[in-house]
Design a protein around this ligand. Structure first.
Ligand SMILES: NC(=O)c1ccc[n+]([C@@H]2O[C@H](COP(=O)([O-])OP(=O)(O)OC[C@H]3O[C@@H](n4cnc5c(N)ncnc54)[C@H](OP(=O)(O)O)[C@@H]3O)[C@@H](O)[C@H]2O)c1
Length: 383
């Protein structure tokens, strides 16, 4: 497993027209909260998922407090932060701002250690009704099977004999999230715990420089490099669909565990690009590269939501979302999501310097694409 995979995990760690698909009663509760004026504490709030949870919660009449170190500055939905109580501390060693305080709901986004979640869940279990833990489909690593449902058995201990640093990091992340889920349930009990496992999230505010490749690239048109082997599936979800689903689950006290995974129907990366490029009026044609060795040779180790399928990643895009859809998970139109993410990227939420850091990165696929496509064409000519 490549170094870029390790960077990829590190990034994960560090980071809009909806299609109502269910009956009228659902549409009613989607548009109108069941219970107003909930007091919500978000452990985190200022990076990627948090700003979208806050915006939606405020729109639905809830009160929001956030708990951070005060270091991360939001690069999306900045206007909502005037309406939020900011508590400052550090999950590593200072939770005093949370003592003797009451909230209806706690949402834990910033858990990077199971001991952090254990500490906050035990501190808050008498003073809060529900604990919502933001986990990840990473708990299913290694993804050896398909059709992965929420009751899949998880690993709570990292295997000892792993030497590959990247594999170690994948196991560490999954095991950390699994144990953090358990700490939530140990403190709040199943009847007061909501566990949400998102897959790759993308959208306005994303700091991971993974998905943003597509809105930027597709807007330019021309020949688009797409790494794909015939039916390699992809899964991804708009961060706002996850944020809104989490707030609605909390409103409904819908305790349980949920795979927050899209799209609605099975898709390959080819389907994804074909649909996503319709967000722009530019002419674009797809150049499919279905040779993994060629891709590796040209340092294309992943292009989220596409990752190469191997013995560890077979099921990573075969996670079952039926239960979550039944419980109200909805999906924005992909074209709208891509366009809105594109417009956010070129908005004054970010600086030119920030954009150049990604768009002009020498070894980026954006910069190398033409050369790689020409190399691929000459390979194909020889065949
Ligand atoms: N991105 C994806 O595709 C993806 C996929 C699956 C799961 N996830 C999970 O989704 C969650 C989303 O995270 P997010 O970053 O977007 O959430 P967020 O709530 O928007 O931001 C995370 C916050 O944590 C705060 N924080 C970091 N270290 C802290 C500490 N020691 N003490 C107190 N606060 C601290 C940061 O603020 P300060 O720096 O100011 O403290 C930041 O506001 C993560 O748990 C991630 O594992 C992400």
């Amino acid at each position: 497993m490549s170094n870029s995979r390790r960077n990829f995990i590190k990034k994960s760690l560090l980071f809009s027209a909806t299609l109502p698909v269910l009956g009228s009663s659902f549409i009613a509760c989607k548009n109108k909260p069941e219970k107003k004026n909930l007091s919500i504490l978000i452990l985190g709030g200022t990076s990627f998922l948090g700003p979208h949870q806050i915006k939606y919660a405020l729109e639905r009449g809830h009160k929001v407090s956030i708990f951070t170190r005060g270091k991360t500055k939001p690069n999306v939905n900045r206007a909502v932060f005037d309406k939020v109580e900011h508590l400052v501390g550090d999950r590593e060693n200072n939770l005093s701002a949370l003592e003797n305080r009451k909230w209806d709901i706690v949402i834990d986004n910033s858990g990077q250690k199971a001991s952090w979640t254990k500490a906050t869940a035990n501190l808050l279990k008498e003073n809060c009704d529900l604990y919502v833990y933001t986990s990840s489909t990473g708990v299913y690593f290694p993804y050896k099977t398909g059709n992965i449902k929420e009751d899949q058995e998880l690993l709570y201990k990292e295997p000892e004999n792993i030497t590959d640093e990247n594999l170690k990091l994948e196991y560490w992340y999954g095991v950390m999230k699994a144990n953090s889920e358990q700490e939530t349930i140990n403190a709040f009990g199943k009847e007061r715990s909501i566990i949400v496992r998102p897959t790759y999230m993308f959208g306005p505010g994303d700091k991971t420089d993974r998905f943003i490749h597509w809105p930027i690239r597709l807007a330019k048109g021309g020949e688009i490099l797409v790494p794909v082997k015939a039916d390699d599936p992809v899964q991804y979800i708009d961060v706002r669909d996850v944020a809104e689903f989490m707030i609605r689950l909390a409103e409904q006290k819908a305790t349980g565990t949920y795979n927050a995974v899209g799209p609605l129907k099975k898709e390959t990366i080819f389907d994804f690009v074909t649909n996503a490029k319709k967000a722009f009026s530019t002419d674009a044609s797809i150049v499919q590269i279905d040779d993994y060795d060629f891709l590796k040779e040209h340092k294309i180790y992943y292009l989220v939501p596409w990752i190469p399928i191997d013995e560890y990643t077979y099921g990573s895009a075969r996670v079952n979302n039926d239960f979550s859809i039944k419980k109200g998970l909805t999906f924005r139109d992909l074209k709208a999501s891509i366009k809105e993410t594109h417009d956010w990227w070129y908005s004054d939420n970010l600086t030119d310097e920030r954009r150049d850091k990604f768009e002009k990165k020498k070894d980026s696929i954006l910069m190398q694409e033409k050369e790689i496509i020409n190399a691929w064409k000459s390979v194909k000519k020889k065949v």
